[in-house]
Design a protein around this ligand. Structure first.
Ligand code: PEP
Ligand code: MG
Length: 883
C-alpha cells in the first residue's frame, strides 16, 4: 500500500482533489508545490494509514517505515540538510490534517530532530545559538506535552520560575546560555515527573510523534468538535511531515496568517496579521498582538506598529502575488499561513477561508462579477441555514450608545446578555433559558460548548484570527476580541474598565459589527435585505423550480414573509386567530354551547372577526395563492385547564364553575392528537366549517374589490383519511360559495384540497384526488402518524436515540426520506395519476429544512411553505436543489 505522498521542489504526488486521502492541509500543500509555489518539502502520511493504525490497536503499518525514510531522503536532498545530524541538521514539523478543518483540535509538534548534538549544529549552522536553544526548548515542551503526555503548564511553571530568578519579564530577554539552562530544567522535570528520559534518538522522536498525532484524532476535544460539526468519526487524519522553516530567526524573519479577502465583510482586500521573529503557533495563540500585513490594514486598525508591506516589501510583494494566484486557481477566497525566513517567503498552508455569511455573499457575488465563477456556483457557495446570520438583529441606530469599551469587530451582529466568565456558567445559564455573554481573556478549544451556549463573546486579548474570532464567525455569534482597555478579574468574577466595574450577571450588549461593548440591554432592529443579498437571492429565484410560500396566521407574519420574498401563503392555521384578545371568550361560548342554536349564535359573533383577518391577509397577498386551513385542533385546547383558570373563566362567562368543570371534563380526550380534531370537527359541527367558509369567501370578495386583483384562494381540509370525509366537508364549502356568489354577485373561484397527514390518506391518494384539487403534505402530523411517535413527547427520547445511534436525525426536523418520504412519493404519484394537474406542496416544519427541500424537488412538488424567517433559506435551498 502507498501510505506516503511526497511534495516539494515544484512537484507533488497528490493534489487538491485528494482531500479524503491526504486531508485538507496535505492536499493543498501538494497542490501549491505543483503550482511551483515556495513550499518547504515534505510528505503526507495518508488518512488510510490512520485508519489502519486504529484498526490494529494503534500499530503503524509495517511498510510505512521504508516509505517515510525514502521520502525523508528526498527532503534531505532538496534542503541540503540531514535528519538527526550536523553540520546542517534537518528539522521537521509534524502536523495533523483532516479532511475537514478542525482548527486547534489535534496535535502538532515543531522543531523535531533536535537533540543534545543537533542543537549545537543548529547553533553553528544558523549562526544563532540563542535561536537553537530556544527551538530546542520549544521542541521539548511540545514533545513532552503531545507525545509524553506531560501537562504543558508544568513547563510554563519552570519557565516562569526561571524568568523570575533571572529577573526577566519577557521570553525575548533570555540569552543562549539561559535557554540552555531551561532545556536542562525541562529534561529534568520530564525525568522527575515521568521517570523516563527525553529521547535523544531523532527517529524514535519521529515515530512516536506520528503515532501521537494519529492518536489525537480521538482526543476528547476532537471528538466533541466532530460531533458538533457533524464530521464523521471514521475519516481519520493525515499527518504532514515537513521541513521546518523559521520565522524566529531575527528581525528579517516573520510568520503570519492571511485571508485573501476580508472574512468579516468580504471586501476584496488582502487581510491578515503577522509577527516578526516568531514561530507559527504564536500568531494563532493570540499571546502577542500581531501587526497588520498591509498599510491599509494598519491605518484601519490605528496601529503604530509597521505593516509587513512597509517592513518587508519584497517578501510582501511576492506574498500578495501568490495570494492572487491562489484565489484565481481555487476560484475562492483563501486562508493562508506563511513564514518568512531571513527574507525568504515560504507558504505553509492554504484552504478555503471561513467567513461570515455577509462576507460569503459579497465574495460570491464579486467572484461572479470578476468572471471567476458562475451564478450557479455562487448560489451553491452559500449554506442556506447560514442566511440566518443576516437576519440577526443590529443595534437600533436611534438609541444612544453607552459605550463601555471596544475591541476588534470579529463577528458581526449584536446581542445582549448577562455576563458570565466561564464556559460552564454559559452552559448552565442557557439550560435555564437565560441569555449570556461569555467574557474571557481569550478562548481555547475547551470553551467551545460555552461559546455555543452564549449569545455573544467578548475577549480582552487576541486578534481577528484568534481562536474566539474564528470560532464565533463560524457559529454566527456576535464577537468582539482584543478589547485591551478592559480587564477580566476571573477570581472575583469582575469585568473592569475605565471608570466602571461590572459583576457576573449584569447585562451588557456586544456589537460585533462595530467592535463596541455597550451597557445594558439595547434595542435592536432587523437588517435590510438588499445589496449582495438581494442580487444573489434574485439569481436563486431565477434558478429554482419550486415556489416558496409561507406559513402565516397573522397579517404581521404575512407582511414579514413577503418582505423575505414569500410567494403566497401555504398554510394559514385559522385556530391561531381565535386565541387573540377577546375572541377566546366567544370561542369558548361556542364550544360550551348546549346545542346547535347556541353554537350558531356564538359563531355569528366570530364571523366578522375572521372575515376582517382574512381580508387583511388577502390584501397583503393580493394576486398570490393563499391556503386557508379549516379549524384543526381538538376543542378542549381552547378551554381552561387548572382549577384556578376554571374559576376565573366561569366568572367571566357568568357560569357555575362546577358546570364549566363538567363540560371541560366531557371534552377531555385520552389521545387528543388522534382524537376529535381536523375534519372530524367539521363533520360533527358543520356550522363551524360553514362560518369559516363564509368568512373566507366574503373576505375574498372584499379584498378583490379593494385591490382589483383576486387572491388565488385555496381552502384546505385537515387530517383527512377518507375521501368521504373530504366529500362531506367540500359539500358544505361549495354550498356557502354558491350562497356568497349569489349575495355578492361575484363568482368566487377556489380550489378545495386536503392535507396529507395520515398514512391512509397517502395510500388512498388516487381516490382522495378525485375530490381534492391540491395536496399539502403536513409532514409534522405525517411524521407523527407514520412513526407513531407523538410530536409533543418526542423530545423526551429522541436525543437518547440520537446519542445511541438508533437514529441520526430528529425526523421532526429533517424529513425521514425512507419512511415518511416513501409515503410522500407514493401519494404524489398516485394523486397525479388521477389528476395530472394536482397541485402539490409541503407545509410541515420540513418545508424550511434544506435537506428536506432537496427531497421535495426530487419528488417534483410545486411549492414548499415555511415560517417567515426561513423563507430566504428555502428560496436558496430550492435553487440549490434545482442545480
Ligand atoms: C403538519 O401537520 O405538518 C401541519 C403543517 O399542521 P400542524 O402543524 O398545524 O398540525
Ligand atoms: Mg397537522
Amino acid at each position: 500500500t502507498k501510505w506516503v505522498y511526497r511534495f516539494g521542489d515544484g512537484a507533488a504526488e497528490g493534489g487538491a482533489a485528494d482531500v479524503a486521502l491526504l486531508g485538507g492541509k496535505g492536499a493543498n500543500l501538494a497542490e501549491m508545490a505543483s503550482l511551483g509555489l515556495p513550499v518547504p518539502p515534505g510528505m503526507t502520511i495518508t488518512t488510510e494509514a490512520c485508519l489502519f493504525f486504529f484498526s490494529k490497536g494503534k500499530a503503524l503499518p509495517d511498510d510505512l517505515q521504508a516509505q517515510v525514510l525514502s521520502a525523508l531522503v528526498d527532503m534531505e536532498k532538496i534542503t541540503g540538510r540531514t535528519f538527526g545530524q550536523g553540520p546542517h541538521p534537518l528539522l521537521l514539523s509534524v502536523r495533523s490534517g483532516a479532511r475537514a478543518s478542525m482548527p486547534g483540535m489535534m496535535d502538532t509538534v515543531l522543531n523535531l530532530g533536535l537533540n543534545d548534538q543537533t542543537v549545537q549544529a543548529l547553533g553553528h549552522d544558523s549562526g544563532d545559538a540563542r535561536f537553537a536553544w530556544d527551538s530546542y526548548r520549544r521542541f521539548i515542551q511540545m514533545y513532552g506535552d503531545v507525545v509524553m503526555g506531560l501537562d504543558h503548564e508544568v513547563f510554563e511553571e519552570v519557565l516562569e520560575d526561571e524568568k523570575a530568578r533571572l529577573g526577566h519579564d519577557y521570553d525575548t530577554e533570555l540569552s543562549a546560555v539561559e535557554w540552555q539552562h531551561v532545556v536542562s530544567l525541562y529534561k529534568q522535570v520530564i525525568e522527575e515527573e515521568l521517570g523516563e528520559a527525553f529521547p535523544q534518538d531523532c527517529h524514535l522522536q519521529l515515530w512516536n510523534t506520528i503515532k501521537a498525532v494519529f492518536s489525537s484524532w480521538t482526543n476528547t476535544r476532537a471528538v466533541t468538535y466532530r460531533t458538533l460539526h457533524k464530521i464523521p468519526h471514521d475519516w481519520g487524519t493525515a499527518v504532514n511531515v515537513q521541513a521546518m522553516v523559521f520565522g524566529n530567526l531575527g528581525s528579517t524573519s516573520a510568520t503570519g496568517v492571511a485571508f485573501t479577502r476580508n472574512p468579516s465583510t468580504g471586501e476584496n482586500s488582502l487581510y491578515g496579521e503577522f509577527l516578526v521573529n516568531a514561530q507559527g503557533e504564536d500568531v494563532v495563540a493570540g499571546i502577542r498582538t500581531p501587526q497588520s500585513l498591509t498599510e491599509e490594514g494598519r491605518l484601519a486598525s490605528g496601529s503604530e506598529k509597521p505593516s509587513m508591506e512597509k517592513l518587508m516589501p519584497e517578501a510582501f510583494a511576492e506574498f500578495r502575488d501568490i495570494c492572487n494566484r491562489l484565489e484565481a486557481h481555487y476560484g475562492d477566497m483563501q486562508d493562508v499561513e506563511f513564514t518568512v525566513e531571513r527574507g525568504k517567503l515560504w507558504m505553509l498552508q492554504t484552504r478555503s477561508g471561513k467567513r461570515t455569511t455577509r462576507a460569503a455573499m459579497k465574495i460570491a457575488v464579486d467572484l461572479v462579477d470578476e468572471g471567476v465563477i458562475t451564478r450557479e456556483q455562487a448560489i451553491c457557495r452559500i449554506d442556506p441555514p447560514s442566511l440566518d446570520q443576516l437576519l440577526h438583529p443590529t443595534i437600533d441606530p436611534r438609541v444612544e450608545r453607552v459605550v463601555l469599551g471596544s475591541g476588534l469587530p470579529a463577528s458581526p451582529g449584536a446581542a445582549s446578555g448577562e455576563i458570565v466568565f466561564t464556559a460552564e456558567d454559559a452552559v448552565d445559564a442557557e439550560a435555564e433559558g437565560r441569555k449570556v455573554v461569555l467574557v474571557r481573556i481569550e478562548t481555547s478549544p475547551e470553551d467551545i460548548h460555552g461559546m455555543h451556549a452564549a449569545e455573544a463573546i467578548l475577549t480582552t486579548r487576541g486578534g481577528m484570527t484568534s481562536h474566539a474570532a474564528v470560532v464565533a464567525r463560524g457559529m454566527g455569534i456576535p464577537c468582539v476580541v482584543g478589547a485591551g482597555g478592559l480587564r477580566v478579574d476571573l477570581r472575583n468574577e469582575l469585568l473592569i474598565g475605565p471608570g466602571f466595574t461590572l459583576k457576573k450577571g449584569e447585562m451588557i450588549t456586544v456589537d460585533g459589527s462595530s467592535g463596541q461593548l455597550l451597557k445594558g440591554d439595547v434595542p435592536m432592529i432587523q437588517p435590510a435585505l438588499s445589496g449582495d443579498f438581494g442580487r444573489l437571492m434574485a439569481w436563486a429565484d431565477e434558478t429554482r423550480r419550486m415556489t416558496v410560500r409561507t406559513n402565516a396566521d397573522t397579517p404581521q407574519d404575512a407582511r414579514a414573509a413577503r418582505s423575505y420574498g414569500a410567494e403566497g401563503i401555504g398554510l394559514c392555521r385559522t385556530e391561531h386567530m381565535f386565541f387573540e384578545g377577546g375572541r377566546i371568550h366567544v370561542m369558548r361560548e361556542m364550544i360550551l354551547a348546549e346545542d346547535e342554536a347556541g353554537r350558531r349564535a356564538a359563531l355569528d359573533k366570530l364571523l366578522p372577526m375572521q372575515r376582517s383577518d382574512f381580508t387583511e391577509l388577502f390584501t397583503i397577498m393580493s394576486g398570490l395563492p393563499v391556503t386557508i386551513r379549516l379549524l384543526d385542533p381538538p376543542l378542549h385546547e381552547f378551554l381552561p385547564k387548572s382549577a384556578e383558570e376554571i374559576i376565573e373563566v366561569a366568572a367571566a362567562m357568568d357560569m357555575e364553575p362546577a358546570l364549566l368543570s363538567r363540560r371541560v371534563e366531557a371534552l377531555h380526550e385520552f389521545n387528543p392528537m388522534l382524537g376529535h380534531r381536523g375534519c372530524r370537527l367539521a363533520i360533527s359541527y358543520p356550522e363551524i366549517a360553514e362560518m369559516q367558509a363564509r368568512a373566507i369567501f366574503e373576505a375574498a370578495a372584499a379584498a378583490a374589490s379593494e385591490t382589483g386583483a383576486p387572491v388565488e384562494l385555496e381552502i384546505m381540509v385537515p387530517l383527512v383519511g377518507l375521501r368521504s370525509e373530504l366529500d362531506y366537508v367540500k359539500a358544505c364549502i361549495d354550498k356557502v360559495a354558491a350562497d356568497v356568489s349569489r349575495e355578492t354577485g361575484l363568482d368566487i373561484g377556489y380550489l378545495a384540497g386536503t392535507m396529507i397527514e395520515l398514512p391512509r390518506a397517502a395510500l388512498r391518494a388516487h381516490v382522495i384526488a378525485e375530490t381534492a384539487e391540491f395536496f399539502s403534505f403536513g409532514t409534522n402530523d405525517l411524521t407523527q402518524t407514520t412513526f407513531g411517535i407523538s410530536r409533543d413527547d418526542a423530545a423526551s427520547f429522541i436525543p437518547t436515540y440520537q446519542r445511541k445511534g438508533i437514529i441520526e436525525q430528529d425526523p421532526f426536523i429533517s424529513l425521514d426520506f425512507d419512511g415518511v418520504g416513501e409515503l410522500i412519493g407514493l401519494a404524489a404519484e398516485r394523486g397525479r395519476k388521477t389528476r395530472p394537474d394536482l397541485k402539490l406542496g409541503i407545509c410541515g416544519e420540513h418545508g424550511g429544512d434544506p435537506a428536506s427541500i432537496r427531497f421535495c424537488e426530487q419528488m417534483g412538488l410545486d411549492y414548499v411553505s415555511c415560517s417567515p424567517f426561513r423563507v430566504p433559506i428555502a428560496r436558496l435551498a430550492a435553487a440549490q436543489a434545482a442545480i
